[in-house]
Design a protein around this ligand. Structure first.
Ligand SMILES: Cc1cc2nc3c(=O)[nH]c(=O)nc-3n(C[C@H](O)[C@H](O)[C@H](O)COP(=O)(O)OP(=O)(O)OC[C@H]3O[C@@H](n4cnc5c(N)ncnc54)[C@H](O)[C@@H]3O)c2cc1C
Length: 592
């Protein structure tokens, strides 16, 4: 096949959205309803995006079960972020939350109900009433299939609004012009292997997280950080990549998620002595302390010999005391997962659990309108014209160093909508497509051509596994200088080995094999960003726990990390500590 530029088919839209998870679909809906001509590209059928797997729910201070207001939600989020979250964005998100839950209810999300007909809310980790007081119940849930309900409703609304879908198309690279405007992207039709150029006045990245960087994770196979790597290659830095969330309750040895909602419903953790050990680590919040705190506690219990099982390699989650009724009504999907993967029934058995990689706090730097921003001088930022990012691939940053459960489904709808609104204004002022940059197209095509080559070199799968194991071993729950340095060396060696990877000569598998190779390149770029950023941050904050620097150091490190691919350069920018309308929450010691 010839990749001569003139042979590539082209399509033109006002707006291109890359990613059909909740973030991309919420933005596309806003655009389509405003009668913009919008294309959504997704490498899997939209309703297979990872949002579909979200279980526990979405936070909003509706106060349906216990007293609540958005200001308390904001406080919990700032504290949960270990003061690395940007407070303007956090205020914006928490204020918008109730309105957006009601909106989802109206477009068809079947939220679970209380007896009085109001939306059901469950307690989740890190939630409090009255700025750090009693446990709150803020997570709106559709049983334990909340993401499924949200994603399907958003997809159906998009179909109704006439959003144009490119299902099973893989985005390769952004195209920029010399003035820095983003002009669209080169994408690949997976079925035929043909590249297509999609030109657009605005491009929004909503490609989700990078859980596949680690061996044990809760993420879908497709969560390989493609959008983030596309941004890195376009010269945009990756922000706060040292912060990956390890979820405390993955099924031990397998990694699948057991929602925090299981503890929200009253489940708790036990060690081998039958002790409810979280009482020692977080006397008030206990099992509903923030995720970083609970993950570290499990890790320490196991390391100090109080783990369960033949090798003492995990702890137990106890649900059986909740009763069959509650488990069947509130946690039916979890029960299914446990029965399928462990062959036991949580109604009568303890569940073996261990921390598993879950959520990417870092990502493409944006402001609260979803615009991708790059720092100029200290504290000034400049948007990249025509480029937006929302959802897990973005870092706005509402989650800072540690995300609270239930805040990500909220993040994707809040900022999906905000970006949609901002794009509508941008389109009013930028009415014409700019001239295509042929050199940019040629460069993106070169990346594709590299995977035409076949041979007997190292396989994509081998190298991917090597990367995942290295990340888990050298950049896991606890970190320290010498181990991280070895991690950097290992990952850089993997980066070098990438040059020798070839696809096997199995033409039937060729197209999917080529996609996996492109994904591996993306994972490697992000792996480098992660270990380099983690080695540099000499403090413990949120999910980044350094045994050699166990304390948080606000004097030197209350700042966001920025990693540039070119020259593997690091830079930093200040946290936006000023909210929009209320007083800021100054850093305090974080206890639960
Ligand atoms: C098991 C699990 C349970 C969770 N539970 C909760 C919860 O209860 N509450 C909560 O708040 N959060 C939860 N989260 C987190 C939350 O679900 C995610 O952060 C959020 O849904 C991400 O949405 P997104 O729109 O950013 O991306 P995703 O839903 O991951 O979608 C990414 C999209 O990008 C597309 N894409 C990626 N790369 C390319 C490419 N190269 N070309 C074309 N398309 C591409 C994919 O096809 C997909 O459509 C959970 C996460 C997991 C993994």
């Amino acid at each position: 096949m010839s990749y001569g530029d003139s042979s590539i088919p082209r399509r033109r839209f006002d707006s291109l959205v890359i990613g059909a998870g909740g973030g991309g679909l919420r933005a596309a809906l806003q655009l389509a309803q405003a009668e913009a001509n919008v294309a959504v590209v997704s490498k899997v059928f939209p309703t297979r995006s990872h949002t579909v797997a979200a279980q526990g729910g979405m936070n909003a201070a509706l106060a349906n079960v216990l007293p609540d207001n958005w200001h308390w939600h904001m406080y919990d989020t700032v504290k949960g972020s270990d003061y690395l979250g940007d407070q303007d964005a956090i205020e914006y998100m928490c204020r918008a939350a109730s309105h957006l839950v009601v909106e989802l209810d109206h477009i068809g999300v079947p939220f679970s109900r209380l007896d009085n007909g109001k939306i059901y809310q469950r307690p989740f980790g890190g939630q409090s009433q009255n700025f750090g007081g009693e446990q709150a119940a803020r997570t709106c849930a559709a049983a334990d299939r909340t993401g499924h309900a949200i994603l399907h409703s958003l997809y159906q609304q998009n179909i109704r609004a006439k959003t144009h879908f490119f299902d099973e198309f893989f985005a390769i690279d952004l195209i920029k012009d010399e003035e820095g405007y983003v002009l669209g992207a080169l994408v690949l039709e997976i079925e035929t292997g043909e590249p297509i150029l999609i030109e657009a006045k605005t491009t929004l990245l909503a490609t989700g997280g990078v859980g596949q960087l680690f061996r044990t994770n809760t993420n879908a196979r497709i969560n390989t950080g493609d959008g983030l790597a596309m941004a890195l290659r376009a010269g945009i830095p990756a922000q706060d990549m040292e912060f990956f969330q390890f979820h405390p309750t993955g099924i031990a040895g397998k990694g699948m998620l057991i929602t925090e909602g299981a503890r929200g419903e009253g489940g708790y953790l036990l060690n081998n002595d039958g002790e409810r050990f979280m009482e020692r680590y977080a006397p008030n919040a206990k099992d509903l302390a923030s995720r970083d705190v609970v993950s570290r506690a499990i890790y320490l219990e196991v390391r100090e010999g109080r783990g369960c099982g033949p090798q003492g390699g995990y702890v137990h989650l106890k649900l059986d005391h909740l009763g069959t009724e509650v488990i069947k009504k509130r946690l039916p999907g979890i029960r299914d997962t446990i029965m399928t993967f462990l062959g036991i029934d949580p109604v009568e058995s303890l569940i073996p659990v261990y921390p598993t990689t879950h959520y990417t706090m870092g990502g493409i730097p944006t402001n609260r309108f979803g615009q991708v921003v790059v720092p100029l001088q200290q504290s000034a930022e400049e948007p990249i014209p025509g480029l937006y990012a929302v959802g897990e691939c973005a870092c706005v940053s509402v989650h800072g160093a540690n995300r609270l459960g239930g805040n990500s489904l909220l993040d994707i709808v809040v900022f999906g909508r905000a970006a949609g609104n901002h794009i509508i204004d941008f389109l009013k002022e930028n009415r014409h497509h700019r001239a295509m940059n042929q050199e940019g197209v040629a460069l993106a095509l070169e990346r594709l051509a590299r995977w035409e080559k076949r041979g007997d070199g190292e396989s994509v799968d081998e190298l991917r596994q090597a990367l995942q194991s290295a990340m888990e071993e050298y950049c896991g729950v606890f970190r320290q200088e010498d181990v991280l340095q070895q991690g950097v060396d290992k990952v850089l060696e993997i980066e070098r080995r990438l040059a020798d990877v070839t696809l096997k000569d199995q033409s039937k598998l060729f197209n999917t094999a080529r996609i996996e190779a492109l994904e591996l390149e993306n994972l490697v770029d992000i792996g480098v960003a992660t270990v380099v950023s983690a080695l540099a941050r000499k403090e413990s904050r949120g999910a980044h726990s350094r045994t050699d620097y166990p304390e948080r150091d606000d004097e030197h490190w209350m700042k966001h990390t920025l990693f540039y691919k070119e020259g593997r350069k690091l830079d930093y920018k200040p946290v936006r500590t000023k909210p929009i309308s209320v007083d800021s929450f100054p850093p305090k010691k974080r206890v639960y």
